[in-house]
Design a protein around this ligand. Structure first.
Ligand code: R5P
Length: 296
């Protein structure tokens, strides 16, 4: 049985179809004071449940909603709960960078466990450190295949794949190798207090007159890609795209990227919004099947 909340309706439908499982939607609402309310009207068949609810937007609301959903399931007979939270929020604070900070995924994982989550599936989580800090059995599904297809679906095939920082370079290299494209990698420093980003190329490629696609896990403010895109644009790139997994696109990200030369941004259905242009369901289903979630 698949149950889902308000944030992953398309993905839950994809998973239900691909796994041949029935799906039921939690009713959700927000009380006048801002508190979340959930209720599963159909409670039969919830013994072994896959809960699908991504943690964006908004992280805090989706997180609390997920806790409440799991509690309701447990009270109504769920013996085993697996959570699919394709965008794992709070993963970027995966270590103490400045004295006095938390390791955020740790309390997130603890709370999920206390609410009945036995295991978890996330997609391209920010880091392995974040996943292990959760402290519960968690599969971090990689989606290089779907991302590569998304790159090929752009209306101009790129010649160069660009990583906006060194952390993004493995994924970018895997995509560049798979598609036989050149690779350019940037080095990024972010001011931990102001969030300001400075960038310079660390692996260079000639981009003059070429189509360049940036690939990254997350686009949040757009600052990381914008800063590198300006350099690529100045070096004479003709067209610049950005393909990410989780298109959070907060605040003025779209405008910032456009003014830095990026003509189109696409993300996957880990976050469902107007940037969603490809599905990561194939890799997710493959992992779910490997872990015993079979059809019928
Ligand atoms: C950072 O390490 C991540 O991989 C992304 O590059 C980053 O989170 C993107 O954030 P923003 O769009 O705000 O620069």
């Amino acid at each position: 049985m698949i149950v889902y909340g308000s944030s992953s309706t398309q993905l839950a439908a994809d998973l239900s179809r691909l796994l041949g499982a029935s799906a039921a939607r939690f009713e959700t609402k927000v009380f006048p004071d801002g508190e979340s309310y959930v209720r599963l009207p159909r409670i039969d068949g919830v013994e072994k449940t896959l809960v699908v609810n991504t943690m964006y937007p908004n992280q805090d609301k989706r997180f609390v909603e997920t806790l409440l959903m799991c509690d309701a399931l447990k009270r109504n007979g769920a013996k085993k709960i697996a959570l699919v939270a394709p965008y794992l929020a709070y993963a970027r604070q995966d270590k103490v960078f400045l004295q006095g900070e938390p390791v955020s995924p740790q309390p997130i994982g603890q709370a999920l466990r206390c609410s009945g989550v036995d295991e978890m599936f996330v997609v391209e989580a920010h880091s392995d450190e974040a996943v292990s800090a959760l402290g519960l059995k968690c599969w971090n599904v990689r989606v290089v295949d779907s991302m590569s297809k998304a790159v090929l679906s752009l209306n101009k095939t790129p010649q160069v794949v660009a990583a906006p920082d060194e952390k993004a370079s493995h994924r970018a290299k895997a995509i560049a190798d798979r598609l036989g494209l050149e690779l350019i990698v940037f080095s990024k420093q972010r001011d931990r207090i102001t969030g300001e980003v400075t960038t310079h190329p660390s692996i260079e490629a000639d981009v003059k007159g070429k189509t360049v696609v940036f690939v990254d896990d997350i686009i949040s403010t757009g600052g990381s890609i914008a800063s590198a895109a300006r350099i690529v644009k100045e070096a004479g790139a003709q067209t610049i795209f950005a393909v990410c997994v989780h298109a959070l696109m907060v605040g003025g990200a779209e405008e910032l990227l456009a003014s830095s030369g990026v003509v189109r941004v696409i993300g996957s259905n880990t976050v469902e919004n107007q940037f969603t242009a490809y599905s990561i369901a194939p890799e997710l289903v493959e992992e779910l099947r490997r872990q015993g979630f079979q059809e019928g």
